[in-house]
Structures are given as structure tokens and as C-alpha cells.
Design a protein around this ligand. Sequence first.
Ligand SMILES: [Zn+2]
Length: 369
Amino acid sequence: MTKLVIKNIGQILSGKLEEPILDGDCLVAVDGKIIQWGYEKDIDCETATTVVDAHGVILAPGLIDSHIHPVVGDYTPRQQQLHWIDSTLHGGVTTLISAGEVHMPGRPKDIVGLKAMAIASQRWYENFRPSGVKVHAGAPVIEHGMVEEDFKDLADAGVKLLGEVGLGTVKDGKTAQQMVNWARKYGMQSTIHTGGPSIPGSGLIDADMVIETGTDVIGHINGGHSALPDDQIICLCESCKSAFEIVHNGNERSAVLALNTARELDKLDQVILGTDGPAGSGVQPLGILRMVAMLSAFGNVPAEKAFCFANGNTARQRELDTGLIEVGKCADFVLMDQAQHAPGKNLLESVQFGNLPRCNAFHFQLNRL
Ligand SMILES: [Zn+2]
């Protein structure tokens, strides 16, 4: 048995919008799962196998990037960059979710080829966690000609995600909806490219197509890169029960519009964050922290709630076993403190002023290769 005790925590952020700050200065995890938190004086810390002294900083569930485009290991050919996932970990992110391995040079678009690549991608990230980061990948982009059996085959082989609808040849809502429904039937989650085109082969996806397709996540509701007109973003927020994903690679003004609209509709629990990197606009190792600070500052959201967009909300929308301080959830954490010389009386206020924290993210169980 391994027992992790984190002591001298300044504040515990829960990841839960309904109760973003928890009482306590100590947290215990056994065998990689949270079992208890509260005040050290009330907790049995005796048999700890690892003790971490937080020195009074904030502890939060590790951040989740809902929208990345990995290819293989910790390398991306899009920017010729090594160790971008390692850098992302240093931006507080412990879990990454693929929206499609679309930057693979020569990506197969025939059906047997795309299925093979999705299965292989799922495997190579399950078998190898770069710097300990959990990468949920193997997200095929749907193409014309796929039939229900293909989705069953993918699901049976362990594929749990669809890549962004619209990056392949399927560009009409009717076909996309049928394929998304097949994917859902076999337990696969779906997302869609929203807004103007990005990579070669992608096209405009407007609000009508997003609504007709009915994916679980509205991928980059603020565009990636170009956003839809304001009235269409408002329409999506009003019409949809799916997750509203706001990304770093999109339009920041539209991001604030989506946030404000979600708040007016009492739908803040649907707001989740991604970077959409690596992409043409680069890799953003601190992208999720930058989104939290940007939305907190320009969207007037208390920082402790803005952090929920980056962990608890995503965990709930994506049905993950991490991202929340809850009994049984994974011991994936980020320790954060106010950056040196950042204005504000504490970390949360400094984030609300638009500043980034300094941070240190970790998984308690890094031993799986
Ligand atoms: Zn996209």
C-alpha cells in the first residue's frame, strides 16, 4: 500500500462550481486515490509512505486540457517540437484529451487505415505517459463510407473518443449525426470543429451543423481559429446541453461572449477549457492557466470558480476519474502559489487580475510506463 499525505496546504480548491473551496490543510490518498481531506490534527498521517509539505500554497485537482492534437509520444511534427507534453505538465495540466491525431504526416483517410491509426494511437498513449501525463487519445476523424460496424469495431478495440467532426470528408449534419449516434451507442464521446476552417481539408462548421450533429462537446465554441458570428455562438449556448469548450487557439472576445452567455443561462457547469494545441498557432504549455486567468479577469468570474472550468467541469462532462477533490478520484494535483511580484493579496486575487500562478503539477502514481 502507498499512502500519500499532503500537509500544510493553504487552501484546497475542489473543482466543483457549487463548492469551489474546501476546508482543510491536509489531504490523504491511498494507492493513487483520494480518501480523505480536512485538518491535519483530525487526520491519521502516521503510516504515510510519502509526505509532501505544501508550504501553505493552494492545492487543486490537476488541470485538464479538453482539446489537443497529439501525434506520437512527446513529439509533434506540426511544430517540430519535442517535449511539449512535459512543458504542459509544468503548466499544471495532468490530463490531456485528443480531438484527433490530425497532424500525423500522411494520416490515413481510408476506413481501414483510419481505424488502425485510432487503435494504435489509443494504445501508444495508454502504454506510455509522457512525463506521467495521462493522454486520452485514439480519436478518429469520421469519413464518408463509415458504417455502424466500424464504430462497433473501434469501441470493441478500446477507442473511446471521436476526433473533431468536420476535419474529414463528412461536412453535412445528417451524415455526421448518424455517425455520432453510432459512436454514442457504443460508448464513444464525440466533439465537433466549430467555426471557420483550420487544417487543410477542414471547412466552415456553423451553428446549424453543430446543432444537427449533436456531439457531446461543442469543440472550440470560440473558434479554432476563426469564430462564428456572435448570434450563432449565443444560439449554441441557448440550444445545447453539450459541453461548451473554450480554447486558447480561438477568438478571445468570443470566449468571453460564450462565458457571459453561459452565465446568463445558468449553464456555467457546461463550460470546459482546451488549448487546441499543437496547431498552426503553436503549442501553449501554460495555455490552460492563461484561459483561466483570461476568463476570470475579463469574464468577472472568481478565480476559484474559473479553475473549475479547467478541472471539475471537464471531468464531469468527460466522465473522467480525475479532476475533482472527491473520495475515490485519482490523486492528480497541482500546487499553485501567487507568482512573485504579481499584484493581488493572494493567488486567487492575482489570477482575477489576469496573472498566472506559479505551479507544480504531479500525479501520485507516476510508476506506470
Ligand atoms: Zn478544430
